[in-house]
Ligand binder design. Sequence first.
Ligand code: SIN
Ligand code: FE2
Length: 203
Amino acid sequence: MADVTPLTIRDFQVFKGFLSPQAQADMVEDIRQIAAVAPFVAPVTPRGQPMSVRMTSAGSVGWVTDRAGYRYQAHHPGGQAWPDIPASVLSVWAAVSGVDRAPDCCLINYYGESARMGMHQDKDEASFDWPVVSISLGDDALFRMGNRSRGGRTESLWLTSGDVVVMSGAARLCYHGVDRIRYQSARLLPKGGRINLTLRVVT
Ligand code: SIN
Ligand code: FE2
């Protein structure tokens, strides 16, 4: 794991190339084991709109969305408990979060060829005093960073495999999203696509 100094872009801290290729491959293997217990699901928004990403979680709670709303819950939609957050992922949090408590949730989003993530704030947590840490694996993604209210000027950056972004302080409630990925730009995932892990303190 490289100890790189982050770029700061609009209060977002971006650790470019934080994970070595081997660390990325090991993390993908950990994610495969999570998905064997807690399979990726195709979520819908509370309004019933299908999301383009596929989603699962690890941790004491997972983030889910369906017609009943956005929320954290202790079980996969299939009823089973979420797997534990792997040590490989916890060690990234420990290295970059700047806090000494562990995250409750590791949300795992898979972006296929035409997946995207609309501009949103992460605000389903009980407190916004804790950072959000995001890990990128696989294909490049065009990450857009905005403001604490919707609209206004934004800045975009290509995130590549192994990059880590920290949203804390003034960035914690900033709008952000993924406009698109560059499908099959990386070799990490055999079928292409991108995995984003988002680590959060929830309770
Ligand atoms: C998110 O904020 O939900 C995803 C960010 C990313 O995929 O990089
Ligand atoms: Fe987010």
